[in-house]
Design a protein around this ligand. Structure first.
Ligand SMILES: Cc1cc2nc3c(=O)[nH]c(=O)nc-3n(C[C@H](O)[C@H](O)[C@H](O)COP(=O)(O)O)c2cc1C
Length: 179
């Protein structure tokens, strides 16, 4: 089973990317976010821009996706929303359609990107993805990882395990139904 990890942060030492690295399962980290051009309906034609083709291919080839989103001004960072907009088209054949996805998040504020996570779930559901229940909200993210990048809080690690298990279960069910 192939699980793709998508971090909504472009930052080199991103806590959200670290959070994905702490997921207790084999995960392929997708790192093409910075290359995605701003969505322009005029450019959303065949062939799509190369970076978009690469992203759509990566998502299409994954059985499930784990998103980790920062929160910018109480919402989804623009670069991540922009990528999801590209993924959501063409609407009828979107690579997100029926794709099992889960959303977690980290922020340096107290609440762990809960608003950004909620909005990202809404956006993904609108695009037709199967959004798995469960969340991990890593607040005060600058205090939650040790020098090796490991998440130190036992409860948060347990929550991350629950979310990833639910994601794998959803992907397994989808495979079984498709078989
Ligand atoms: C433009 C901007 C807006 C931000 N807004 C919020 C916010 O609304 N809530 C919050 O908890 N943190 C906010 N932050 C702080 C981020 O949580 C922090 O930069 C975090 O480390 C970003 O995630 P990353 O480490 O994965 O890059 C904001 C940061 C930036 C740069």
């Amino acid at each position: 089973m192939k699980i793709l990890g998508i971090s909504g942060s472009l930052r080199r030492d991103s806590y959200n990317t670290k959070l994905l690295r702490n997921a207790p399962l084999e995960l392929e980290l997708w790192d093409g976010l910075k290359a995605i051009p701003p969505y322009d309906e005029d450019d959303d034609v065949e062939p799509a821009p190369p970076a978009v083709v690469q992203m759509r291919t990566a998502v299409a080839g994954a059985d499930a996706i784990l998103f980790a989103t920062p929160e910018y001004n109480a919402s989804i960072p623009g670069q991540l929303k922009n990528a999801v907009d590209w993924l959501s088209r063409p609407q009828a054949t979107s690579v997100l359609r029926n794709k099992p996805v889960a959303v977690v998040g980290a922020s340096t504020g107290a609440f762990g990107a809960v608003w950004a996570q909620a909005e990202l779930r809404k956006v993904l559901a609108t695009a037709g993805a199967r959004v798995v229940d469960g969340d991990v909200a890593v607040g005060h993210a600058h205090e939650q990882f040790d020098s090796a990048g490991m998440l130190t809080d036992h409860n948060l690690r347990e929550q991350l395990q629950e979310v990833t298990q639910a994601l794998v279960a959803a992907a397994t069910l989808r495979e079984a139904v498709a078989a």
